[in-house]
Design a binder for this molecule. Structure first.
Ligand code: PAP
Length: 339
């Protein structure tokens, strides 16, 4: 099946007024409350109710000042460790399915390019002003920004948002493992205890946290503008992948035709983006991904276990109850459950 031509592209031609932006960033960060208890990357700074590292904060401020989406961009939004890599892979494969053969053919970019390099992060890539390495013509972007911190033109335009969330207990465990592997600060990361990270996470002090506020922002917006925001849970995507991949494609404006469904294109995409398939690819076993120039992570850290409920191997009954209680309370009345 021939796809319609790609309709838009992410073109960022550099910071318009770098001195002014830098001054604005310095002013904000100098006044922001900070927390130095997390061990990875660097200290966290509170901005607009959420915690950022300085680099993420600088990228956020730049994006807020300067980013204008193309009308048909699709932005994949998430809190870290909730399924971003999977969502990027699926969305990228959906948009690029020029024919079903390429999905299983080694020429498919996902065979040789780490999903994060297929879909650039708005605040990271914009901030670094690095050329988008791959596929600049694809109308897909990603962000870890909370809904309330998105650049206003993103809210005002017709571009679409997809948000993925996950059981907070699995998010925390995944985050703790991940940050334990990211070297940035000169602290001995091996000594950062699960309990310490857990306390911080429960207090809402975590990268892009509080987690529940991050989720609630997108949840509420998705109720108000369902045609603009597609909201999905990692667990649902795991359980009924085929149904949700079809819904996702439809929402994105790339629905599967009946012929494609009969030919098994949906299944091929799912297979291509399956955890074990991606994890075992050479690029994801051996390659590295530069979040920022100074923060380089092995690709395999993005493919740890990919399971629902791994938290049971790490959190005590007390910890489970504590986090469940906090999240239930925060989500009360919203119509959303996460635990
Ligand atoms: P990021 O924010 O650092 O990019 P993100 O991709 O959101 O991380 O989440 C990583 C989690 O998704 C990992 O979970 P775990 O630590 O509990 O294992 C990772 O294993 C999981 N993951 C990555 N790719 C897939 C996939 N294709 N299918 C299911 N889960 C996946």
């Amino acid at each position: 099946m021939a796809l319609p031509p790609l309709k838009s592209s992410f073109i960022y031609d550099g910071c318009k007024n770098p001195e002014k932006s830098q001054q604005n960033f310095q002013e904000i960060i100098s006044k922001a409350p900070n927390n130095s208890e997390w061990f990875a990357f660097s200290d966290l700074y509170e901005y607009q109710g959420f915690w950022f590292t300085p680099k993420f904060l600088e990228g956020t401020i730049l994006a807020q000042e300067q980013f204008k989406p193309q009308l048909n961009d699709i932005i994949l939004c998430s809190y870290p460790r909730t399924g971003t890599t999977w969502l990027k892979s699926l969305s990228f494969a959906i948009i690029n399915r020029s024919n079903s053969d390429s999905l299983i053919n080694p020429v498919n970019p996902l065979h040789s390019v780490m999903p994060h390099d297929c879909v650039p992060f708005l605040e990271v890539d914009l901030f670094q002003q690095k050329t988008i390495k791959y596929y600049p013509k694809i109308p897909l972007l990603a962000t870890h920004l909370p809904y309330s911190s998105l650049p206003q033109p993103v809210i005002d335009s017709t571009c679409k948002l997809v948000y993925i969330c996950r059981d907070p207990k699995d998010v925390f465990v995944s985050l703790w493992h991940f940050l334990g592997n990211v070297k940035g600060k000169e602290t001995n990361t091996d000594e950062f205890s699960l309990q310490k990270g857990f306390d911080l996470f429960c207090n809402g002090v975590s990268l892009h946290g509080p987690y529940w506020d991050h989720v609630l922002g997108y949840w509420r917006a998705s109720l108000e503008w369902p045609e603009k925001i597609f909201f999905i849970k990692y667990e649902d995507l795991k359980k009924k992948t085929s149904i949700h991949v079809k819904r996702l494609a439809e929402f994105m404006g790339y629905p599967f035709s009946l012929d494609e469904q009969r030919e098994g294109v949906v299944e091929k995409i799912i297979e291509m983006c399956d955890f074990n398939n991606l994890r075992n690819l050479e690029v994801n076993k051996k390659g590295e991904y530069a979040i920022f120039e100074s923060v380089v992570v092995q690709n395999q850290k993005y493919f740890r276990k990919g399971e629902v409920g791994d938290w049971k191997n790490y959190l005590s009954a007390d910890m489970q109850e504590r986090l469940n209680c906090i999240v239930d309370q925060k989500l009360q009345g919203s119509g959303l459950t996460l635990c």
